[in-house]
Design a protein around this ligand. Structure first.
Ligand SMILES: Cc1ncc(COP(=O)(O)O)c(C=O)c1O
Length: 414
């Protein structure tokens, strides 16, 4: 049996008629850049995530850069980034001329809030070094501790830019802690007003909210393999903030609200018409597909329970995981990966090297041992095939082969 890591073809065939018609419509209108298909998608995506605004962008990396730029992050600034994420999260900071400050992850693979708090307490004695923003990443589709992060961000005057590039339709139950803030929110709100950004609305305690709509701004990727994948590069920002929306809208289209009348020097982050058309079709199916991912993940976890050498991912209370990736921690990971490859099972590594040990960020002066949790996980994590179209038989086969590897009989069948 062959089990690919993702299967974009099967999904396309299941919605071929709708997709082909939507693409034909873009061809008929020749609306290749933005246009009605993108507008329709933006409205649908904002509604799905309970956000007031959505702007389609050219990629998730561009969405992150656009958000940071519009928040005024610039040269010499610092932005907190979890050390366990795809490099694009940090690259967006670098693109602004700012530096990422890394924080270790917790056992759910997301930024460790306790370590974030300790860092902020330590740095608060040097106000000029205080970061301007924090980027919680909802990694693999599991919501980060966003209530706590927002409470800390408000206390220390930081913006919250959610990296929800892997977390379409993931939901989070707002924790009461957020509304019992120890800091002085009015001070922060004043600071935000001075910066031209209106305060974010607080969620009600216990309310379930879509990630991406909880911070100042949320960013998404529609890279083809993502839960909501375009047929090329695409991304989006969502926000509930009127002024921030206006700024991002301007910057994303060369700073022009009227063609060839440029209020600011911006950039070209526009979404292509074809991508808006494809994404609008897929939007109708995304909740159903996400549910299927959750079912697949539950089956993996149930079956992996019996495999002692493997630790299945856990879902934290008050979260609805969207399972972009199913990450297991495995003994003898590299040998297992190679073995599975030979059995026709494709796997991935997300991510093999934490950001502080990447050559690109060597200049920041971090060293091995600085983030022991992320470093430890990097040697054990294995991403198993995960997509809505994955069958029960395929999942059973993957776990059977993993089991086989550990009990030693699998290699005889090579
Ligand atoms: C966590 C995270 N952030 C940002 C990005 C960047 O998105 P894109 O590839 O659309 O630029 C990705 C894409 O893989 C991602 O996984």
């Amino acid at each position: 049996m062959k089990v690919p890591f993702v299967d974009l073809k099967t999904q396309y065939l299941s919605i071929k008629t709708e997709i082909d018609a939507a693409i034909q419509e873009v061809l008929d209108n020749t609306a290749f850049i933005m246009g009605p298909s993108v507008k329709k998608f933006e409205e649908g995506f904002a509604a799905l995530h309970g956000a007031k605004y959505c702007i389609g962008t050219s990629s998730g990396t561009d969405a992150l850069h656009l958000a940071l730029w519009a928040l005024g992050i610039g040269s010499g600034d610092r932005v907190i980034v979890p050390v366990n994420t795809f490099i694009a999260t940090a690259e967006a900071v670098s693109l602004c001329g700012a530096d990422p400050v890394f924080v270790d992850c917790d056992e759910y693979y997301n930024i460790d809030v306790q370590k974030l708090r300790e860092y902020l307490i330590a740095i608060s004695h040097q106000p000029s070094a205080l970061p301007k923003a924090v980027i919680p990443v909802h990694l693999y589709g599991q919501p980060a501790d966003i209530s706590e992060i927002r409470a800390l961000a408000e206390e220390y005057g930081l913006y919250v830019v959610e990296d929800a590039c892997q977390a379409h339709c993931a939901r989070y139950q707002m924790a009461p802690r957020l509304n019992t803030l120890e800091g002085d929110p009015s001070k922060i709100e004043k600071k935000r007003a001075l910066q031209g950004v209106t305060p974010v609305q607080r969620g009600k305690d216990g309310e379930w909210k879509s990630v991406g709509s909880i911070g100042d701004v949320g960013t998404f990727s529609f890279y083809p393999g993502k839960n909501l994948g375009a047929y090329g590069e695409a991304g989006a920002v969502v926000t509930n903030d009127d002024k921030l929306y206006q700024k991002m809208k301007l910057i994303h289209d060369h700073g022009a609200s009227v063609r060839y009348h440029h209020d600011v020097a911006g950039h070209n982050y526009r979404m292509a018409g074809f991508q808006g058309a494809v994404l609008s079709v897929k939007l109708k199916h995304i909740e159903k597909w996400t549910e299927k991912r959750r079912e697949n993940a539950a089956l993996y976890t149930e079956l992996l329970n019996d495999v002692e050498e493997v630790i299945a991912p856990e879902i934290k209370e008050g979260r609805s995981h969207s399972f972009h990736l199913y990450i297991a921690r495995c003994r003898r990971r590299d040998e297992l990966k190679e073995y599975l490859e030979k059995q026709g099972i494709a796997t991935g590594l997300h991510y093999p090297i934490p950001l502080h040990l990447q050559k690109a960020y060597g200049y920041l002066g971090y060293k091995k041992g600085d983030f022991p949790v992320a470093e430890g996980f990097a040697d054990e994590i294995l991403s198993l095939p995960m997509y809505p179209e994955l069958t029960k038989a395929q999942i059973q086969y993957v776990v059977e082969r993993i089991n086989g590897f550990y009990v030693g009989w699998g290699s005889c069948n090579d």
